[in-house]
Ligand binder design. Structure first.
Ligand SMILES: NC(=O)c1ccc[n+]([C@@H]2O[C@H](COP(=O)([O-])OP(=O)(O)OC[C@H]3O[C@@H](n4cnc5c(N)ncnc54)[C@H](OP(=O)(O)O)[C@@H]3O)[C@@H](O)[C@H]2O)c1
Length: 338
């Protein structure tokens, strides 16, 4: 049996208890799958949220499971029906939500989720993009239909998601304001934010009726606050707030979960009504096609990777712990091969 190493979660729990760098069988692609020799992967908060069991009602995990959504590497083998990729192509992918598998020396992924990585980027830079890029496109374009000239407040502009979203919004022609702490204000401004609210210096609760859209990456009280910050008729795009109706219909596995989700969303929909506003809360979907559009934007120099730290493969637990601490400035990367 040919083997490889992979970071696997053994059960729900914290990083040190649950994560193991296991030796497992090297995967082979099915007909419509691509096997990628992974050179770099990036972490996202959903990785630790899944591990901690925060999402077990909507995304239960079969254990042991190889973790990870974002990977960049070289096509190692292809299934018999694969048409878009050949051996040696440099590619990146946002893995399937059902099977994950990015934090491994080799990963098998559906061809439909894979794209050629930007030619100007190395593997670590490329691995920084997939999940945050798809999240931004699916929120700003597919759902909210934002257009040039609109204004947006992007919360946590210094995070992995926010640092991408600021750049994406700017190339769409949006006016971008953001929030972060004062230690990050300068570099976030250089990314393209025209105004930065430092939450340690100013009370962002005083912002009202200013934006066509708010990107709520914080959740909690900030989701309700977003309806104060938008203009009448605006839109709140959330990746951290209570479920919207579509998400509830998609993920509520039984009437109890459905009821709980409805209870969680009640106040948000009441707030939306007072502003005649739209509210979206969604989970990101994988798409090689959308990732190909990101490749073009990066190659045109409109978006740059923002990397905070690169951890060696063996330090997967430390990488998780670093992200869990919540102070990342851009993306956290795991280097898997040179
Ligand atoms: N579709 C989805 O459901 C989806 C997809 C992607 C992400 N998400 C969610 O989006 C959230 C953000 O993701 P991420 O990758 O950006 O996380 P991250 O990289 O861990 O975010 C860390 C950043 O957040 C900033 N921050 C923390 N508290 C803040 C506050 N109160 N106000 C402003 N900035 C604050 C920190 O800046 P300071 O150090 O200066 O505080 C830090 O730079 C996570 O909850 C993630 O799960 C959801």
């Amino acid at each position: 049996m040919s083997t490889m190493r992979a970071w696997q979660a053994m059960h729900y729990g914290n990083e040190r208890d649950s994560l193991r760098l296991n030796t497992v069988e090297k995967p082979s692609p099915a007909a419509k799958e691509v096997c990628i020799k992974v050179h770099a992967a990036s972490l996202n908060p959903i990785d630790y949220k899944l591990l901690h069991g925060d999402l077990k009602k909507v995304m239960p995990m079969p254990f042991p499971i190889t973790m990870g959504f974002d990977a960049a590497g070289v096509v190692y083998s292809v299934g018999s029906s694969v048409t878009r990729f050949k051996l040696g192509d440099k590619v990146y992918v946002r893995a399937s939500r059902e099977s994950l598998r990015a934090f491994a020396e080799y990963t098998v992924q559906p061809e439909a989720f894979v794209a050629m990585m930007p030619s100007a980027c190395n593997f670590e830079e490329s691995a920084s993009f997939p999940l945050v890029a798809l999240t931004t496109v699916q929120g700003f374009v597919d759902r909210a239909h934002l257009k040039s000239g609109d204004s947006i407040l992007i919360h946590a502009g210094s995070g992995g998601l926010g640092s991408f979203a600021i750049q994406y919004a700017r190339q769409m022609g949006l006016t971008v304001h953001t929030t972060t702490s004062s230690k990050n204000a300068d570099w976030v401004q250089k990314l393209g934010a025209e105004k930065v609210f430092c939450y340690d210096l100013v009370d962002i609760g005083t912002i009202n009726n200013q934006y066509d859209a708010v990107f709520d990456t914080l959740g909690g009280k900030e989701t309700l606050q977003a309806f104060v910050q938008i203009k009448s008729g605006g839109v709140v795009i959330s990746v951290a707030g209570p479920p919207d109706i579509e998400m509830r219909n998609k993920f509520a596995s039984n009437p109890v979960v459905r009821f709980v989700m409805w209870m969680m969303s009640r106040k948000v929909y009441a707030a939306a009504k007072t502003k005649n506003a739209r509210y979206f809360r969604y989970l990101t979907e994988s798409s090689g096609e959308q990732l190909s559009q990101i490749t073009l934007l990066v190659e045109q120099g409109k978006i740059k990777p923002v990397i905070d730290r690169v951890f060696p493969f063996e330090q997967g637990i430390e990488a998780f712990e670093y992200l869990v601490a919540g102070r990342a400035k851009g993306k956290v990367i795991i280097r898997i091969a040179d």
